[in-house]
Design a binder for this molecule. Structure first.
Ligand code: ATP
Ligand code: 3PG
Length: 400
């Protein structure tokens, strides 16, 4: 069943609970160090305000016990700067104060309610019917006329604020959610040949993506970079040195080498591996081609080199679509950003339709100011869930 969108919602004067994902990097004082997700939600929030909605934003920040578990006051201030409509902040989520704050909204006004995860039930996963019985949902829903789900990046969670409200209120997908589902949910309709680039450090997830894409004919070719590339090199019997091996072992990914070898055995002509890597030697970046391997003791493969970028660029130039997830190296480190910068630039500059996902991937794109992708997803885990053929509970909840 298709989800209803904002085109189906009678917004004017309605009190709207709008679940967004503005979970952002914050400093020790709760100040924002990146506002990309807040900016991304502007479109939905501005549209609802312009159409006369009374908008109550629901969102989480961090996880209980984590350094980034914080109030949403800074997020509200940032939204107020970014939007033409007035944005206030309420330090309750479903308390009488919060319900009063929603009731007091005039059409076109916005209030950011407090971090949903300040309430223990919100950090649990429930079936929708049970989620609708939680305090957050059962207390706040009566103050609302409708619910809008725009939190694509959290849609792989079945937490109350994501799946409970549609049991009690008419529910609609916001513009971000709508667009993400359109793009990521129809990869099979994009131009061929399709090239998937899997990098970064979440090796099991990336191998899941590669396996799903190869088995289901979604990808013609899978290119590997980052730690994922190192695991595939090990699977192919390439000696990338003890330090690289230790890194893979310490992360608990040693068994993934067997899975990578299995994929290489099944799809030998459809998976490609780095042909050079970069290590740190005497404080400098040193690129080692395959014939220079293994690196010296203590040197770990932290990035791909220019020959790999050149070889992969040939695939991009011939591709109809490129799907990319994960940085090509330790882009946070000055010595190891070149691979990600140059590879991402090659994708963005190619004529291929390009879809990019992942929190760190998006951070690398911003760091290197790479422009020209067709779709940069706001979601990490949620994007991976779709790319591995899984379903999103928060989206399923909208289909009832
Ligand atoms: N060769 C490498 N050695 C060690 N770490 C690496 C290497 N290549 C990439 N990384 C690290 O991988 C991390 C990003 O990987 P991750 O899989 O989390 O990316 P993402 O999918 O974009 O993000 P997320 O899944 O968090 O949304 C970065 O912190 C980067 O430093
Ligand atoms: O940053 C994310 O991936 C989303 O906001 C979901 O956060 P979570 O992984 O803490 O549920």
């Amino acid at each position: 069943m298709p989800v209803r969108t904002l085109d189906d919602l009678d917004v004017d004067g309605a009190a709207l609970g709008v679940r967004v994902d503005i979970n952002s990097p914050v400093d020790a004082d709760g100040g924002l160090t990146d506002d990309a997700r807040i900016r991304a939600h502007r479109e939905t929030i501005a549209e609802l305000a312009e159409r006369g909605g009374r908008v109550a934003l629901l969102a989480h920040q961090g996880r209980p016990g984590g350094d980034d578990f914080a109030r949403l006051e800074a997020h509200a201030e940032r939204l107020d700067e970014l939007l033409d409509a007035p944005v206030s902040y309420c330090d309750g989520t479903f308390s009488a104060d919060a319900r009063d704050a929603v009731g007091a909204l005039d059409p076109g006004e916005i209030v950011v309610l407090e971090n949903t995860r300040f309430y223990s039930e919100e950090y649990m996963e429930f079936e929708p019917a049970r989620a609708a019985e939680t305090f957050l949902v059962s207390r706040l829903a009566p103050a609302l006329d409708a619910y809008v789900s725009d939190a694509f990046a959290a849609a792989h969670r079945s937490q109350p604020s994501l799946v409970g409200f549609p049991e009690r209120l008419p529910a609609y997908a916001g513009r971000i959610l709508e667009r993400e589902l359109d793009v990521l949910g129809s990869v099979e309709d994009t131009p061929e040949p399709r090239v998937y680039v899997v990098g970064g450090a979440k090796v099991p997830d990336s191998i899941d993506v590669a396996e799903h894409a190869l088995e289901n004919g979604l990808a013609d070719t899978v290119l590997t970079t980052g730690v994922v590339g190192n695991v595939f090199l090990l699977a192919a019997g390439v000696d990338i040195g003890t330090a690289s091996e230790e890194f893979v072992r310490d992360r608990g990914y040693w068994d993934e080498i067997g899975r990578a070898a299995d994929l290489l055995g099944r799809y030998p002509d459809r998976i490609d591996l780095p042909v050079d890597v970069a290590v740190e030697r005497d404080g400098e970046r040193v690129v080692l081609s395959k014939t220079d391997l293994p690196p010296r003791d203590g040197e770990s493969a932290m990035d791909i080199g220019p020959a790999t970028v050149a070889a992969y660029t040939d695939y991009f130039d011939a591709a109809g679509t490129v799907v990319l997830n994960g940085p090509a190296g330790v882009f946070e480190h000055d010595l190891f950003g070149d691979g990600s910068r140059d590879l991402f630039t090659a994708v963005a500059d190619s004529d291929a339709y390009s879809i990019v996902g992942g929190g760190d991937t998006a951070a690398a794109i911003r760091k290197f100011d790479v422009e020209g992708f067709d779709h940069v997803s706001t979601g990490g885990g949620a994007a991976l869930t779709i790319l591995t053929g899984g379903t999103l509970p928060a989206v399923d909840a909208l289909r009832r």
